[in-house]
Design a protein around this ligand. Structure first.
Ligand code: ATP
Length: 452
C-alpha cells in the first residue's frame, strides 16, 4: 500500500481543494515559498491553536511570547549562526545543478562527478543559510539585519523580561509560534523544506543537573502529543543525533521522524541546548542572565539549562495531510478522504439540505445559524447529496448534517460521520452537544490506522 500515497497525490489534492498554492504562481512561482488557501490556512491555524493549547493552557508554567522577526544583529553572532549556520554546497559545472554535499552519495564527492549528469563538481563551499537584509537607506555592513532563521533566539533574549515581569520560577517554559527564514540550498518535497516557514517552539528553562530528567519528560510529552492527535503510530519514530549531527549548542538531541511519502524525515527536534545560548547572550550583551533562586537557602544563582521542543508548523501541516490521506471505495466509486482529527479539520460540520426547494434550504440555513457560533460550518446545496458528501470527505470534514423532509415534520436531522459513513438521526436541538461529545471522544478506528 505504501506506494499509494505519493507526494503528487498530496500536492494535487492540496491545490485542487485550496489547501496550498505555489507562491506567485502566475509569474511562474517563487522557489521555496507557498501560499495557504482557504482550507490550508484553517488547517494551519487549527494546528497552531492545538499546539498552543497543549503547551500553554494545559501546562502550568509555560507562557507565550510573540517576538519580532528582525532582531539586533549581535543576537546572531552570539547564537553562533553567523559563524556556524551553514550547509556544505557543491555545484555542477556542466548542468548547473546545486546540491547539499551531505545529501549526495559520498562517492560522487570523492570522484567530484555530478549525480545527475556526470559533469564535474565544484569544491565544497560553506553557505550561510541566513537571509540578509538592510535597515535604513544605506546598504553597508553596519545596517545588516537578518531574517530570523529560528524563533528560539527571540525567547532567549526575553527570558529575563518574562521571568521578572511574570514572576516565573524555574522550571518554566516560553512558547512561541512564528515565521522563520532559511536560504535553503535545495527546496523540494512541496512544503517540507521551504525558505519561508513557521515554527512552533517551546524553550524550557531548568536548573543545571535536572536537565536530563526534563529532557526525558519533554521527549515523552511530545510523543504523546502526536499520539493524541491520532497520528499513525507506525509512521513515527525517534532518531538520536550522533556526534557528527549534533548542532554546536546541543548536549543531546532527538528528532521525532515521520514516514513521509519520500521516506523517514525529521518532524520535530527535542534538544538539550545546555546553557550555551544564555551564556553566549550574557557574554555578548554584557548583561547578567543568571537566574536567582530566592527560595533556596542560601540564595542560588545560575544560568539555566534549556530543553527545546522545536516543530515546524508548515511541516506538521504536510505531515497531517499525508497522515490523513486515504482512498477507499464507496458504492463502487473511488473516494478520497482526509481523516483529520476533528480538532484540526478546517471545517467541522457541513449543513446540507437534501433539496433546495420546499423550504429545506431555509431550514438548513436556520440550523446552520444555530451552531455556527460554536463550530466552523460549511453550507452546500448544489448537486447530488452523495457528491456533496464526497466533497466534504475530500476536505476532511468529520461531520455532515443533512436536512430532509422528515426534518420539517419532526425537527430531526441526519448526522453523518466521515470515517465510518454511518448515519444517525438526532433532534436538531441535540446537534451541539452531540458534536462536542464526538470531538472529545474521537478515535481513529482500527481500519483508519491500518499501515499504508
Ligand atoms: P534540517 O537538518 O532538515 O535542515 P534542522 O535540523 O536544521 O533541519 P531545526 O533547526 O531543528 O531543523 O528546526 C526545527 C524544526 O523546524 C524542524 O524539525 C522542522 O520541522 C522545521 N524546519 C526547519 N527547517 C525548515 C524548512 N526549511 N522548512 C520547513 N520547516 C523547517
Amino acid at each position: 500500500m505504501a506506494e499509494e500515497i505519493t507526494m503528487e497525490k498530496i500536492v494535487s489534492l492540496a491545490k485542487r481543494r485550496g489547501f496550498v498554492f505555489q507562491s506567485s504562481e502566475i509569474y511562474g512561482g517563487q522557489n521555496g515559498a507557498w501560499d495557504y488557501g482557504p482550507l490550508g490556512v484553517a488547517l494551519k491555524n487549527n494546528i497552531a491553536a492545538n499546539w498552543w493549547k497543549t503547551m500553554t493552557q494545559q501546562y502550568d508554567g509555560i507562557v507565550g511570547l510573540d517576538a519580532a522577526i528582525l532582531m539586533h544583529p549581535r543576537v546572531w553572532e552570539a547564537s553562533g549562526h553567523v559563524e556556524n549556520f551553514t550547509d556544505p554546497l557543491v555545484d555542477c559545472k556542466k548542468c548547473k545543478a546545486r546540491f547539499r554535499a551531505d545529501q549526495i552519495p559520498p562517492l560522487n564527492l570523492v570522484s567530484k562527478t555530478c549525480p545527475e549528469c556526470g559533469g564535474e563538481l565544484t569544491d565544497i563551499r560553506n553557505f550561510n543559510l541566513m537571509f540578509k537584509t538592510h535597515s535604513g537607506a544605506v546598504e553597508d555592513s553596519s545596517s545588516t539585519l537578518y531574517l530570523r532563521p529560528e524563533t528560539a533566539q527571540g525567547i532567549y533574549v526575553n527570558y529575563k523580561n518574562i521571568s521578572q515581569s511574570y514572576r516565573m520560577k524555574i522550571p518554566f517554559g516560553i512558547a512561541q509560534i512564528g515565521k522563520a527564514f532559511r536560504n535553503e540550498i535545495v527546496t523540494k518535497n512541496f512544503i517540507f523544506r521551504t525558505c519561508e516557514f513557521e515554527q512552533m517552539e517551546m524553550q524550557f528553562f531548568v536548573k543545571p543537573g535536572t536537565d536530563n530528567v526534563w529532557f526525558d519528560e519533554w521527549k515523552k510529552r511530545r510523543w504523546q502529543y502526536y499520539e493524541k492527535l491520532g497520528i499513525k503510530g507506525d509512521h513515527l519514530r525517534w532518531h538520536q543525533h550522533g556526534p557528527d549531527e549534533l548542532a554546536h549548542y546541543a548536549k543531546d538531541a532527538y528528532d521525532i521522524e515521520y514516514l513521509f511519502p519520500m521516506g523517514w524525515r525529521e518532524l520535530e527536534g527535542v534538544h538539550n541546548r545546555s546553557n550555551y545560548d544564555l551564556s553566549r547572550h550574557a557574554q555578548y550583551s554584557g548583561k547578567d542572565l543568571q537566574y536567582i533562586d530566592q527560595e533556596s537557602a542560601p540564595v542560588e544563582r545560575y544560568i539555566p539549562f534549556i530543553i527545546e521542543t522545536s516543530a515546524g508548523l508548515t511541516r506538521t501541516l504536510l505531515m497531517v495531510l499525508c497522515d490523513a490521506y486515504d482512498e477507499d471505495t464507496v458504492d463502487g466509486e473511488a473516494r478520497t478522504v482526509l481523516r483529520f482529527h476533528p480538532a484540526l479539520a478546517p471545517i467541522t460540520v457541513a449543513v446540507l439540505p437534501l433539496m433546495k426547494k420546499d423550504g429545506l434550504a431555509e431550514l438548513a440555513h436556520r440550523i446552520r445559524d444555530d451552531i455556527r457560533n460554536d463550530f466552523v460550518t460549511d453550507y452546500d446545496q448544489s448537486g447530488l447529496i452523495g457528491r456533496r458528501y464526497r466533497r466534504q470527505d475530500e476536505a476532511g470534514t468529520p461531520f455532515c448534517i443533512t436536512v430532509d423532509y422528515q426534518s420539517k415534520e419532526d425537527g430531526t436531522v441526519t448526522l453523518r460521520f466521515r470515517d465510518s459513513m454511518e448515519q444517525i438521526r438526532i433532534p436538531r436541538t441535540a446537534i451541539g452537544d452531540r458534536l462536542r461529545q464526538d470531538i472529545k471522544q474521537y478515535r481513529r478506528t482500527a481500519a483508519d490506522t491500518r499501515p499504508h
